[in-house]
Design a protein around this ligand. Structure first.
Ligand SMILES: NC(=O)c1ccc[n+]([C@@H]2O[C@H](COP(=O)([O-])OP(=O)(O)OC[C@H]3O[C@@H](n4cnc5c(N)ncnc54)[C@H](OP(=O)(O)O)[C@@H]3O)[C@@H](O)[C@H]2O)c1
Length: 322
């Protein structure tokens, strides 16, 4: 497995997102298979693990913590705070007091004495980013966290944050059907030497071509409330999945591998974190490290039209900085 540099943090260039092991996506699987998936990822050299306090809530960090018993030093462990308030507020809370409580809970659930990369999950409009980063810098100094990250922050917040303490990585949605970071965010990250972690790099499973109709998705699945999975948009978006499939057939790879290889081709400061709770799929996704796309194939993928529908529902879009 090749590696990527996020700021000065070295990570496997394909990571593993643990969210779906506990929440969001309904499908076959259980904790035993999820833990096996994490262990298989480590065997394959996938050492960059992603979770968050809010996944579950809490149980996803506990699951990752159980899986990492005896393996802690083999991974770069990333988690997030800020969508749960520990000060009694409604909604996002990145106040220093909330962070100081959040970090202790995450450390305990993960069974570790330090978090390698600690992200603010969403920008908190009620707390100046300088205050949030100031509190995080104190946690760095105390050795409780090693690196600071942001998620779905816009360029102004990124610049303000980085002026207080170096930001190591931004984690935002980026994939063949979510190109939003390209025009403004990626150039600023490169100017400042900040790495990029694309989340939902497989379009929440859609780009793999494995989901062919909305009816296949459970009513309780998070995707049911995602505009791109509405009946009308889904049909239109299928053309994009088919295009990924056509390139995959040409390359002799799977669509998931092509979606990941396209992201990897965007730079060695990019480390996507595809999510799966299945051993066979973590093997497939990790093997995307070996897939090389030709300039013509990259160009064909670049020309896939924007997806129909926003990448989150309205309420969630309001929490994303543009
Ligand atoms: N910062 C944020 O706000 C934010 C938001 C969303 C996600 N994330 C992070 O990013 C990670 C990845 O994003 P994501 O899980 O939303 O989306 P994703 O990685 O784009 O897709 C995950 C979905 O694709 C399926 N899948 C995975 N590999 C596959 C393959 N090879 N073939 C067919 N289907 C496959 C998974 O199902 P199975 O599990 O059944 O294999 C799951 O339903 C999350 O786990 C989380 O850690 C962060």
């Amino acid at each position: 497995m090749k590696h990527a540099k996020l700021g000065d943090l070295d990570v496997s260039r394909i990571g593993l997102g643990a969210m779906g092991m506990s929440t969001a996506y309904i499908g076959p699987g259980d904790d035993v298979e999820s833990i096996r998936t994490i262990h298989r990822a480590l065997d394959l050299g996938v050492t960059f693990l992603d979770t968050a306090e809010v996944y579950g809530p809490y149980v996803n960090e506990e699951l990752v913590g159980r899986a990492l018993k005896g393996h802690r030093d083999d991974v770069v462990l990333a988690t997030k705070f800020g969508l749960i308030s520990h000060t009694g507020r409604d909604g996002a809370d990145s106040s220093p007091a909330s962070i100081r409580t959040a970090v202790e809970g995450s450390l305990r659930r993960l069974g570790t004495d330090r978090i390698d990369l600690y992200y603010q999950h969403r920008v908190d409009p009620r707390t100046p980013i300088e205050d949030t980063i100031g509190a995080l810098a104190e946690l760095v100094a105390a050795g409780k966290i090693r690196h600071i990250g942001l998620s779905e922050a816009g360029v102004s917040t990124i610049r303000r944050a980085h002026a207080v303490h170096p930001v190591t990585a931004l984690q935002s949605e980026y994939s063949l059907w979510t190109r939003d970071p390209e025009p403004a965010v990626l150039p600023v990250l490169r100017e400042l030497g900040i790495g990029f972690v694309p989340y939902s790099p497989l379009g929440r499973g859609f780009l793999t071509g494995q989901i062919r109709s909305v009816g296949e998705i459970d009513d309780a699945d998070f995707r049911r409330s995602n505009p791109r999975f509405s009946a009308e948009n889904f049909e239109r978006n299928l053309r994009s999945a088919d295009e990924v499939g056509a390139v995959a057939a040409e390359v002799g790879a799977t669509p998931a591998q092509v979606a990941l290889a396209w992201l990897l081709a965007k730079g060695d400061d990019i480390a996507p974190i595809p999510g799966t709770k299945r051993v066979a799929r973590v093997e497939e996704n990790a093997a995307a490290d070996q897939v090389t796309l030709s300039p013509a194939q990259l160009d064909r993928l670049d020309r896939i039209p924007p997806a129909a529908g926003d990448h989150h529902n309205e309420e969630q879009m309001r929490m994303i900085e543009r």
